[in-house]
Write a protein that binds this ligand. Structure first.
Ligand code: ATP
Length: 388
């Protein structure tokens, strides 16, 4: 196995540090899986049998990146160019209550692999020995394309693994092994026990994936959406569209909840504990969607919402409503109050009315560019001055 981080041979470096410190280190998890599958992965997990923070500081002296330490787990994350390297102190986990976070105890590589979700994620590369440690037959499952839990209580201990199983199976076009599949189905109700934060994290991880649409369809086919959202309907149409320069998970989140009812906004907030940006985006989405389909449009509020809302909201409406939305969105103005001031009109409530008129002219295709907005404004102001 060979992993180059910005041209540096990470395995050689880890081996050197392990020899020097007598702290054994292992490359683990997703990066081993993806290396074997020939997939690029910039998130590297290293498990050490000893103090992860001490080891991370030594690694930092070679790599000169940024470091963040997590005292409680004696773990650190090193950011180096595009790479993120987690240095983890090997640990054992005990689940005292289903779906709660586990109690931990520092331990060895075997125990650290035994706490993992699936066999394909429980592979460790021993840098000293130069070989893969495969305690749970992960290599064979990887070859066969199978997602398999390590033990039958896995989904009870941690129902987030249900989302993870769907994510990996879909991402790599793998099968969820039959027993795992049955265990998963039996644990769907346990998703209720997860905190809102954990559910939201899983949902956003799904929405970031290239095959998000397929994953959400599977989530629905397992009835997971009903467990989390009760009556709120999820929309899967257009979930696979991609735009650059926007936050894909926010955009897809809005597409997912496109058909929400007003009362659902607070429900979603409660069930997922979304942040203020997501909450506001949902509200704007709801407002604009309603306005598009209503005869007496509130031009002022549409203009202000389009002006201030996140780009993701506009993209979501556009993809769902097509031309009807484009017509309104293209009305987004570049002129501001200060432009009116520069044209010699003292600040007054007239500003809002003028901007509304420019906005309407833009929606109706009378003007299109920013320069035309100014020209249009000038004409409006001249008329005003003449008292027309
Ligand atoms: P991805 O490509 O999705 O990021 P990854 O394997 O790197 O895949 P992470 O979420 O970064 O995924 O987790 C790193 C490793 O930690 C996983 O490979 C897995 O071994 C372990 N892990 C993560 N979440 C869980 C969980 N809920 N239960 C058990 N093990 C987990």
């Amino acid at each position: 196995m060979r992993i180059l981080v910005n041209g540096i041979d990470l395995i050689r470096l880890l081996k050197e540090i392990s020899l020097k410190t007598k702290i054994k280190s292992y490359i683990v998890g997703g990066v081993v899986r993806d290396f074997l599958l020939g997939v690029k992965n910039l998130d590297i997990d290293v498990v050490v049998e000893g103090d992860g923070i001490e080891f991370a500081y030594i690694l930092l002296s070679y790599l000169k990146g940024d470091i963040v330490v997590y005292e409680a787990f004696r773990t650190a994350t090193l950011s180096y160019h595009n790479f993120s390297i987690d240095i983890i102190s090997a640990r054992k986990e005990y689940y005292e209550c289903p779906a709660a976070l586990p109690t931990i105890e520092f331990s060895n590589i075997y125990d650290d692999m035994a706490r993992r979700d699936f066999t394909i994620n429980a592979l460790a590369y021993d840098v000293m020995e130069g070989k893969i440690l495969d305690y749970f037959n992960g290599l064979e499952d990887l070859k066969k394309g199978v997602i398999r839990v390590l033990h039958s209580k896995s989904f009870i201990d941690d129902p987030t693994r249900i989302f993870r199983a769907i994510r990996y199976a879909t991402r790599y076009s793998f099968e969820i092994e039959e027993k795992t599949h049955n265990l998963m189905k039996e644990s769907i109700e346990n998703i209720r026990l997860l905190s809102a934060d954990r559910i939201r994290n899983e949902l956003l991880l799904v929405l970031k994936e290239d095959k998000a649409k397929e994953m959400i369809e599977k989530i629905i086919s397992y009835g997971i959406d009903k467990v989390i959202f009760d009556e709120i309907t999820l929309n899967t149409q257009n979930l696979d569209t991609v735009y650059t320069n926007i936050e894909v998970e926010l955009y897809r989140f809005l597409v997912l909840f496109y058909y929400l009812k007003e009362k659902d906004i607070n429900e979603i907030e409660k069930k997922l504990r979304i942040n203020k940006i997501y909450f506001k985006a949902l509200k704007d989405l709801f407002f604009l969607r309603e306005q598009l389909n209503c005869q007496n449009k509130n031009i002022r509020k549409i203009r202000e919402t389009i002006d201030k809302t996140k780009e993701e909201v506009l993209r979501a409406i556009e993809v769902m409503e097509g031309e009807k939305a484009e017509k309104i969105i293209k009305g987004k103005l570049t002129v501001r109050g200060k432009d009116i001031k520069n044209l010699g009109l003292p600040p007054s409530p007239l500003y809002g009315e003028l901007l509304d008129k420019v906005f309407e002219a833009k929606i109706n295709g009378i003007i299109t560019t920013g320069e035309e907005e100014i020209e249009f404004l000038k004409r409006l102001i001249e008329k005003l001055k003449k008292g027309e």
